[in-house]
Design a protein around this ligand. Structure first.
Ligand SMILES: Cc1cc2nc3c(=O)[nH]c(=O)nc-3n(C[C@H](O)[C@H](O)[C@H](O)COP(=O)(O)OP(=O)(O)OC[C@H]3O[C@@H](n4cnc5c(N)ncnc54)[C@H](O)[C@@H]3O)c2cc1C
Length: 453
């Protein structure tokens, strides 16, 4: 380069370099999508994981209404299934990404609206599960001794809203240990070919120490022929029921069943009509049920009352007829009949930039793996919409910065993931004293105190 260009050219070039560097920085910032996820259960964490993995700039903020994360992995999955809870390790890795933030103790729809989130983020993914339970809708359902299975599970798992039922969770263990329950009936409106439990669950029940199964051979006779053409998982499940009901048990099993002090049984083709009150008019003493017959066959068979009625004496009735999602606020499309957010591949219908995953997307069925696949699909839809320009990154969004000022103005103090890790450490330390993996804190006030909120 000639000297005439010399210093001037060099200055010009270096200014250009600074400018292009700056503009590259600007465009990088502008290109970083700000995404938030509502709910920190499997759906929330798997959606975040997929987004972070497949978009190298995405910033994902997870909002959770409880101070503690992981949804039903913490409050649903049974305590004797610790291996299922290992997914928490994967979720923790996601939370440790420097492009992921967790904000617990923030209830969307109350502390911040979805509209406010939409103003702060390029995309909002609703993954808030199905927290309500379906009710039987029969007389006597409010009597003492009738509970939803959801409340029962929440109680022994230390869910804060269910903690007042008794001392939790050491307390629930003690209560269960001195339980006088001798027999449990699982009642279903339809037949053995329509049961909704899995073969793993059935196997666990059959092998439950100190108990024997009560299966009426009449319910299973002839089923062997009917199941030849049904899908393999249902076939194997039915075969196990048929075997347990009709075949002579082996020597070990026979002796275990003979010495069992408790029983559980399956009662088919019965539909609850009324919870019967005890003499005091307050406590449940039993349940009246309509005997049904099946119309149609397979999964779609319908239970139709025969006109016959059966009564079952029992002191405790747990209704386990499914969970239900509720709308977060009236501005969000919601199908109240199906109890889900109407969507196509996770894109909320008629609401660009709004997505859903997990149980609120497809209804409260399926296990964690099902939820994982479904959440990856939703995250994929978000990525495609970023790629196609449907989500406009040129509209700069402030993400948590603007939500923080909203929360501050409303006196809400979010719990960060490192705050949760302090709660976690305290629980593990308490558990150690009791010889358990953890003793959960069940009072949100205690959790918040522990982290200095
Ligand atoms: C009793 C029970 C036992 C189960 N056991 C197993 C098992 O052993 N193995 C298995 O694979 N699957 C099991 N499952 C299924 C599994 O738990 C679900 O597939 C999965 O949890 C659904 O994930 P989700 O994220 O959609 O919902 P959830 O896990 O319910 O997560 C939703 C999250 O959203 C939060 N939230 C709700 N409302 C708001 C709001 N307004 N603002 C912010 N956050 C909010 C909730 O607090 C929660 O943390 C079980 C389910 C139940 C009910």
């Amino acid at each position: 380069m000639g000297s005439s260009c010399g210093r001037g050219c060099w200055e010009w070039a270096s200014r250009l370099r600074r400018l292009t560097g700056f503009s590259r920085l600007l465009s990088t910032a502008a290109l970083a999508p700000q995404i938030c996820v509502v709910g920190s259960g499997p759906a929330g964490f798997y959606t975040a994981q997929h987004l972070l993995k497949h978009h190298r700039l995405a910033q994902v903020d997870i909002y959770e209404k409880l101070p503690v994360p992981f949804g039903l992995v913490r409050f649903g999955v049974a305590p004797d299934h610790p291996e299922v809870k290992n997914v928490i390790n994967t979720f923790t890795q996601t939370a440790h990404s420097d492009r992921c933030s967790y904000y617990g103790n923030v209830t969307i729809g109350k502390d911040v609206t979805v509209k406010e989130l939409q103003r702060a983020y390029h995309a909002v993914v609703l993954s808030y599960g199905a927290e309500d339970n379906r009710i039987l809708g029969i007389p006597g359902e409010n009597l003492s001794g009738v509970y939803s299975a959801r409340a029962f599970v929440g109680w022994y798992n230390g869910l804060p809203e269910n903690r007042d039922k008794t001392d939790i969770t050491e307390g629930s263990l003690a209560a269960i240990a001195c339980s006088k329950v001798k027999r449990v009936w699982l009642v279903g409106r339809r037949g053995p070919l329509q049961v909704a439990f899995t073969i793993k669950e059935l196997r666990e029940m059959i092998n439950l120490p100190g108990t024997r199964p009560l299966l009426d051979p009449a319910d299973f006779t002839g089923l062997g022929d009917v199941i030849k053409d049904v899908p393999r998982p249902r076939k194997r499940l039915t075969e196990l029921m048929v075997k347990s009901a009709l075949e002579k048990p082996g020597e070990r099993e026979a002796s275990r069943w003979a010495s069992a002090t408790k029983e559980w049984g399956l009662k088919f083709r019965c539909s609850p009509l009324e919870v019967l009150p005890a003499a005091d008019g307050k406590q449940a003493r039993g349940i009246r049920m309509a005997v049904t017959r099946l119309e149609g066959s397979g999964e779609s068979a319908r239970a139709v009352p025969t006109g016959e009625v059966e009564e079952l004496e029992c002191g405790l009735i747990l209704s386990s007829i499914g969970y239900r999602s509720l709308p977060l606020d009236s501005s969000i499309p919601f199908d109240s009949k199906l109890g889900i957010i109407p969507n196509s591949l996770g894109r909320v219908q008629g609401a660009p930039g709004l997505y859903c995953s997990g149980w609120v997307k497809r209804g409260p069925t399926g296990v964690i793996i099902t939820t994982m696949n479904d959440s990856f699909d939703t995250a994929q839809s978000v990525l495609e919409d970023l790629q196609s320009g449907l989500l406009k990154l040129s509209n700069s969004k402030e993400g948590f910065k603007s939500v923080r000022s909203i929360l501050h103005s409303r006196g809400v103090h979010p719990v960060t993931f490192s705050d949760w890790e302090k709660i976690d450490a305290a629980e593990v330390a308490r558990g150690k004293l009791a010889g358990k993996p953890r003793e959960k804190l069940v009072d949100p006030r205690e959790m918040l105190q522990l982290i200095g909120h």
